[in-house]
Design a binder for this molecule. Structure first.
Ligand SMILES: Cc1cc2nc3c(=O)[nH]c(=O)nc-3n(C[C@H](O)[C@H](O)[C@H](O)COP(=O)(O)OP(=O)(O)OC[C@H]3O[C@@H](n4cnc5c(N)ncnc54)[C@H](O)[C@@H]3O)c2cc1C
Length: 395
């Protein structure tokens, strides 16, 4: 019998996209989000064409596009002197990959998805509701959740864990030992700088990447260029508090200044223009053998947390959502549909996880390796660079 009711745990990008996809497959969705409100957390996100193509299918692209900037290019500069190493033109993105390349604030993306979800009768979002227990049975999946200090027990036909890096739902799928989040040795410092404090060049609709030994910086404008989003990634031993709020750690400003001391004047001016930095220690988890078990599946960071060096955290969560919707529309048997979802997604998501780690190593090269990297980048014109991303953006 076709599934009628689903729980989605978490109202991040993965959870909201999943709810949209399931509702299109004819499933009633109850999203449970432990936060009391969808607040202004996080900073900028890039949404590559592989994600925006799925958002179009989910009926959410127009709402998301309204809140986004459309970068005209991705440029890489040498951090020491701002020499241009490569430029990937994006004006052709929509024609080449069938969907736009966007950049927007995570909070704006979450709000846009929530507004689309709110308009669908089949989706109900409950805030302040924390899932504490999940049990999958032959005919249904049971949850225990807390809301306003009360414990509530409920059941549905399936449950999707979109509950992020430190997913509780993942515990139902993973063997436990050895599956804990592992620190990658990298910390991302994030800031948003009001436009009046930055150079005109930094407000251009471009994603700029600055590369140097053991560190890199990415910046691009957001919200109609009223702010500039800056992420500076360094190698550091600070692991954060290992809590769910590790996105928002207090930044060790001297560590940032030390890491970029020898960089170009313009890089140091950019970093100095940010008054408030938040630190985000980057964690990974081992690849799962399956994203599904019985009537439970995981999506997004719960399934495959990834370092942000390919800008694929949100994008892969959105791809998961699209694949889940398709699988559930094609078969009414829940365990079969979830197993099909896992089969479709696991190889690609794992490849993206690995490629993102590799990209980080390339960005942080030094000495002769960095010289070779820079020479290769210079040789690649925009067309050949675009072709290198076809496997990712064109899928
Ligand atoms: C606060 C925050 C800020 C971020 N900022 C950035 C950023 O600036 N740039 C960037 O590239 N990426 C950022 N990310 C990461 C990016 O959003 C994710 O990698 C990507 O969108 C995939 O997200 P997800 O939906 O799988 O998980 P998440 O975005 O982590 O969402 C998980 C959701 O599940 C909820 N949840 C967890 N456990 C439970 C439970 N037991 N019961 C109910 N709800 C639960 C959480 O409150 C959260 O809302 C941020 C993530 C968070 C949570």
């Amino acid at each position: 019998m076709a599934p009628r009711r689903a729980f989605v745990v978490g109202a991040g990008v993965g959870g909201l996209s999943t709810a949209l996809a399931l509702s299109q497959a004819g499933v009633d969705v109850a999203i449970h989000e432990r936060a009391q409100a969808l607040e202004e957390f996080g900073a900028g996100l890039q949404l590559t064409p592989n994600a925006t193509r799925v958002l179009a299918r989910l009926g959410a692209l127009d709402a998301v596009r309204e809140a986004a900037m459309v970068p005209e290019a991705v440029c890489a500069l040498r951090g020491s002197d701002d020499a241009v190493l490569m430029r990937l033109d994006l004006d052709d993105a929509e024609r080449r990959w069938g969907a736009p390349y966007l950049a927007l604030h995570r909070a704006d993306l979450q709000q846009a998805l929530a507004r689309v979800a709110e308009r669908r009768d089949m989706i109900r979002l409950t805030l302040g509701s924390t899932i504490t227990k999940v049990v999958t049975g032959e005919h249904e999946v049971a949850i225990e959740r807390t809301q306003d200090a009360a414990i509530v027990e409920e059941a549905a036909d399936l449950l999707i864990g979109a509950d992020g890096l430190r997913s509780r739902v993942r515990e139902s799928l993973a063997s436990g030992r050895g599956d804990e989040p592992a620190f990658t040795g990298r910390v991302a410092f994030r800031a948003t700088i009001p436009a009046e404090r930055v150079d005109l060049a930094w407000r251009k609709a471009r994603v700029v990447l600055r590369l140097g030994p053991n560190a890199h910086v990415v910046h691009y404008p957001l919200r109609k260029a009223s702010i500039v989003n800056v992420v500076a990634v360094i190698e550091d031993s600070w692991r954060g508090g290992e809590t769910d709020h590790s996105w928002d750690g207090v930044a060790d400003r001297p560590a940032l200044d030390r890491a970029f001391a020898g960089w170009s004047d313009s890089t140091r001016r950019l970093l100095a223009a940010a008054k408030v930095w938040r630190a985000w220690p980057l964690y990974g988890r081992p690849a799962l053998g399956s994203f599904a078990l019985g009537r439970i599946a995981v999506v997004g960071d719960a399934a495959h947390p990834m370092v942000p060096f390919l800008a694929q955290g949100a994008a892969q969560a959105i791809e998961d959502a699209g694949a889940l919707g398709t699988a559930l529309a094609e078969t009414g048997d829940v365990p079969q549909a979830l197993a099909a979802y896992s089969r479709i997604r696991i190889a690609r998501a794992t490849r993206v996880q690995i490629e993102a780690l590799r990209q980080g190593q390339v960005y942080h090269m030094k000495g002769a390796m960095a010289l070779a990297r820079d020479a290769t980048m210079r040789l690649l014109g925009s067309r050949r660079l675009s072709a290198r991303y076809d496997w990712l953006y064109g899928a």
